[in-house]
Design a protein around this ligand. Structure first.
Ligand code: ARG
Length: 594
């Protein structure tokens, strides 16, 4: 089973080939002039250039051969040498039946599935999430779902930032504020307390709110005061050396942060398969450093150990990978390199996709080069997927009104509030029980945030505009949910009336357009997959909803005579299945009603 677009592409390719021209020229795309045609083939233009012939002549020869294709009612040359294709109602009906009978609604499964890691989200202990983390979470979750849906074996990993300099800063700040805890840290060190024992009760006094409050202060002091910074570095090194006092206090930090983060991510429909931290690969670092040295890659530089990765002909200056700092600490890149090793040993990915802020592009380039030099990965197996920022109205990365970085939880609350308002405005969900209304508002909020993000190509920055994101009109998540709910209620009504679904017979223009929209699912998925670009799926979901909306307006369903009604019900339910699959790939779930 293959989509019409691809099947016709193969036929057009064969037509080009029979003229002694490359079959790739037969690529079929959706028509630019849907009023004239369903599909078009543009290959005659480049073919003519190559063969120094008249494009219209080549197009005419290809069109002539395509005329015999039973699925087409016409193949006409247009303009300078385009070929316009119009598909028969019969072929569209058959394709619609296939899609309707397919639980995957026309989406194919990869012929050669791979093992894939998606590294996304990347939250940190104590450091608040910023917009970069929000986008990393939304895009990463979708990439993970997309790859999995197409048949790959995929693991999503949060790569929790829990082993860096910010930990030393926090340990210092907490000890400054609580002399009794400072004394406890010293005592645990002296007693060589076990690292995996229970976290001392006294540390339970430290809450997430404390970390949130202390971290920015400590970070600022570290910037201003070299002595403060040096102490933080020393404490980081102590933590990494697993001195019990620092280590047990750190475990408390990690615990309170992770619980809160997992809850907030879950509210956003982001759930990780693995919640591994930078600290989890610490055990691999000594062996890795040894190995890098044996391979002749490690060099000493001003007391630090580095790997040089710059190459001749580089367009920009790439710094070396800092493996061990002069204090003896593992750095951000060190844990990333060790993580590559860890994943290789535990999972053996064919591909690791890092969905991280574009501003870290150089960091990944350095780490990836080092990994290839050391033989921990092959060229192309590690991919950094960067993205632009979500901006405020001032065009700069979004900040809260108070000028701070936004907290995920506050963002979700704010969006839910707006979603409730919108639902009331639209008179939706009014007579439903409160809990159901709340659950709907939560779904509308997630759909609003995610769709607003994913409908842009990831490289593009966009402006945060909650009013627009939550609107039930226009190209928004709530509009898509509304369409899905509309189909659900139609199908419920049909069931209550005892109206049965039956084989699709396409006749009306709006029915044709809806089937053409359904047919485009597979190509949207494969484009999104190849380009790490969920926006292709977002665009598809929107077009499908629009096509459904036009169909619903133009073609009576429940009032139609039984055979027509049966055919249209099948089309409606195939649309719903496909729309929900597409939304699920975007990480959005739909309510039953509203
Ligand atoms: N924790 C990092 C940050 O906040 C992002 C982690 C991204 N993933 C990675 N493998 N480095 O910047």
């Amino acid at each position: 089973m293959s989509d019409l677009k691809k099947a016709l592409g193969e036929a057009a390719g064969a037509a080009f080939a029979s003229l002694g021209l490359p079959a790739e020229l037969g690529r079929v795309t959706a028509s630019d002039r849907p009023d004239l045609a369903d599909f078009q083939v543009n290959g005659a233009l480049p073919a003519a250039k190559q063969a120094k012939k008249n494009p219209r002549e080549i197009a005419a020869a290809v069109a002539e051969r395509l005329k015999g294709d039973g699925r087409l009612i016409s193949a006409e040359v247009a303009g300078p040498g385009f070929i316009n294709l119009k598909v028969s109602d019969q072929a569209l009906s058959e394709r619609a039946r296939e899609i309707a009978a397919d639980p995957r609604a026309g989406a194919e499964v990869l012929a050669a599935p791979r093992r894939v890691i998606v590294d996304y989200g990347g939250p940190n202990v104590a450091k608040p999430m910023h917009v970069g983390h929000l986008r990393a979470s939304i895009i990463g979750e979708s990439v993970k779902r997309l790859y999995r849906f197409r048949g790959d074996t995929v693991l999503g990993d949060a790569h929790f930032g829990d082993w860096g300099y910010q930990m030393g800063l926090l340990i210092g700040a907490v000890c400054d504020e609580h002399p009794d805890l400072a004394a406890l840290v010293a005592r645990l060190n002296a007693e060589a307390a076990p690292l995996d024992g229970p976290i001392p009760e006294a540390f339970e006094r430290i809450t997430l709110a404390d970390l949130d409050r202390l971290y920015p202060l400590a970070a600022a002091s570290g910037k201003e005061d070299p002595a403060y910074r040096d102490r933080a570095r020393r404490l980081t090194a102590e933590l990494q050396a697993k001195r019990p006092g620092a280590y047990l206090l750190w475990r408390r930090f990690r615990e309170v942060t992770q619980v809160a983060l997992e809850r907030d991510f879950h509210a956003l429909g982001v759930d990780f398969d693995l919640w591994k931290g930078e600290s989890d690969v610490d055990r691999l670092i000594p062996g890795m450093v040894e190995d890098l040295r044996d391979k002749g890659l490690l060099v000493e530089d001003q007391g630090a150990q580095i790997v040089r990765v710059a190459r001749q002909g580089d367009k920009r200056d790439l710094p070396p990978l800092l493996v061990v700092s002069s204090e003896g600490s593992a750095m951000y890149g060190t844990t990333d390199l060790a993580t590559i090793l860890d994943r290789k040993q535990s999972f053996g990915p064919d591909l690791a996709i890092y969905v991280v802020d574009q501003r870290q592009a150089d960091h990944f380039e350095v780490v990836f080069r080092a990994a290839c030099l050391a033989g921990y990965a092959e060229e192309g197996q590690l991919q950094h997927i960067g993205f632009g920022t979500m901006n405020g109205p001032d065009g700069k990365p979004f900040k809260t009104r108070e000028g701070g970085v936004l907290k995920l939880n506050d963002l979700i609350e704010m969006t839910r509030g707006k979603a409730r308002e919108r639902l009331h405005e639209a008179g939706l969900g009014e007579d439903l029980p409160v809990e159901e209304f709340e659950a709907i508002a939560a779904k509308v909020a997630v759909a609003a945030l995610k769709f607003a993000d994913l409908s842009n190509f990831r490289g593009t920055s966009y402006v945060f505009d909650l009013d627009r994101f939550t609107s039930f009109e226009g190209k928004t998540g709530p509009y898509l949910l509304y369409q899905a709910v509309r189909v659900k209620s139609l199908l419920r009504k049909a069931e209550a009336d005892g109206a049965l679904a039956g084989p699709v017979v396409v006749a009306e223009p709006a029915e044709r357009d809806l089937v053409l929209a359904l047919d485009a699912f597979e190509s949207a998925l494969s484009e999104a997959y190849d380009r790490f670009a969920p926006n292709a799926v977002a665009e598809h979901a929107y077009r499908l909803s629009q096509a459904f909306s036009k169909f619903y307006a133009a073609c009576p369903i429940l009032q139609a005579e039984p055979q027509v009604r049966a055919a249209r019900l099948t089309l409606a339910s195939a649309t719903l299945t496909q729309l929900e699959l597409a939304l699920d790939v975007l990480g959005v779930s739909t309510p039953e009603r509203m």
